[in-house]
Design a protein around this ligand. Sequence first.
Ligand code: PMP
Length: 368
Amino acid sequence: MDYNATAPLEDAVIDFVTDVMKETGNASSVHSFGRAALLHLEKARQHIADLCGTHPNYVTFTSGATEANNTVLDAFRDDKICISSIEHPSVLQACRAEKGLIPVDANGVVCMDALEQILQDDAPDLISVMLVNNETGVIQPVKEIVRLVRRLQPQAYVHADAAQAAGRIPIDFADLQVDYLTLSSHKFGGPQGVGALIKAPGARDAKLLFGGGQEKRQRAGTENIAGIAGMGLAAELAAQNLDRFAAIATIRDKIETVLADTAPELIIYGKDANRVANTTSLCLPGIGSETQLMAMDLAGIAVSNGSACSSGKVQKSHVLSAMGAPDHCASATLRVSLGPKNTENDADLFIDAWTKMYQRVKNKIAAA
Ligand code: PMP
């Protein structure tokens, strides 16, 4: 139940990646083995373009969304950048330039009024807002953001991190009108260590790796053909299964309803916003997410703490803090993120384990 960390691979993807790995060929070689590798690369590029409503020429493969995000942010290292306050660390920490933070409301949605003010006062060169937040699943109004940017700062560029959106909600790059979009293969059933940057034709060049002329000189280095092929197949399957993904909301909603009935103090962050179907951010004020996480792990259930964990030290979530959560809530949250392989039985097992944990903690507090 931790799909937002990484999604399991479909058997068909594992088989395909394995088969492609048995082939030998560098996509830059002119012989038939090289051409066979190139064919895998271009087929995958087409599937990514189809998933995101764009042209394959705009797709550059990377080692993941981290690299894609870093690539865009690096292209604006000497400019003014404005990002939402709930971005993934691969955006947040890649900002070396002057950085403006767009606040979010209590539901975790970017405040359009605040963005309007920032655009007028600071005239940023790049605006970066994620399409779906990884902790809450809240969908950001990226299309409206682009509209506002084009009206107030037509020379500025817009980037959207779509790592948690691809394969979960329909994405139409042409309709969104962003200049850059980043994807991660392993969030929608492809292998880890592969991603893509989609760049509109008029966007500023964004290059992080220099060397060979691969990826139309946009990203040097021999391509990870098997990984990319797997990402391509996963994209094809995800595009066919968007309805299946949307149906996961039934299980997610059951978990939320039962838990809210059990624990009146439960806070579900982002519940009133437009969310992807699979994610819920469950807060038990004052009960550390690490304690909750370990109780779930002991019951054999893989979920995530809503808070960032670095060097073994749990920190409060910057996302929940930005939403106005006090510290004893921003460090007391579990993120459950489901996927097509989860069943109603999984939800029941989670509800059972969570309820037992809740009772244990309650009893302990009562006895103290
Ligand atoms: N952006 C978001 C919103 C993410 O959730 C993640 C993965 N946690 C990333 C970027 C980084 O993706 P990758 O693992 O492909 O580098």
